[in-house]
Design a protein. Structure first.
Length: 156
């Protein structure tokens, strides 16, 4: 049984983020990750003070019966700035880097970041920008970056 369209897109985005030197030192998890989201599965290890979570939710057909889907993607960067290695501008740098990696589509035929997220199983046709948000509570900072991907399964 193949992975869902949501899971495949999350995996492609995570693979791209892990190739980025600014993002790769931090845990990058799929929404449904069942392990210790802030750790590395060793209960004696120190938890990471920055966690990046990738979530994709199918918003239905782009055009009824077309097989093309609208997929809402949310990237959550959660940072606890009480740590010695974290300064308050780090989350801004991470958010700017992620926003650049998920830049909106601007041309057709596709020549941009859409091609990076396409593979033998999924074809990304476009990326639309959605509003992002920031929040803080005590020493925790959360930046949420939202995008809408237009994509489809590729017949195999």
């Amino acid at each position: 049984m193949s992975a869902s369209l949501e899971s495949q897109l999350e995996q492609e985005i995570i693979a791209d983020f892990q190739s980025d030197p600014l993002l790769s030192p931090y845990p990058i998890r799929q929404h449904g990750y069942s392990g210790r989201k802030a750790g590395n599965e060793l209960y004696d290890s120190k938890e990471s003070l920055v966690i990046i979570t990738v979530s994709a939710i199918d918003d239905g057909s782009f055009f009824f019966g077309s097989g093309i889907h609208k997929m809402k993607v949310t990237i959550e960067i959660r940072a606890n700035i009480k740590g010695d290695d974290i300064n308050s501008s780090l989350i801004d740098s991470l958010a700017n880097d992620i926003a650049g990696r998920l830049q909106g589509s601007s041309a057709f035929p596709l020549t941009g970041r859409e091609l990076v997220f396409s593979n033998a199983n999924i074809q990304v046709f476009g990326i639309n920008l959605l509003p992002s948000s920031r929040s803080e509570s005590g020493l925790e900072r959360v930046w949420t970056i939202n995008r809408e991907f237009i994509l489809s399964h590729v017949a195999s």
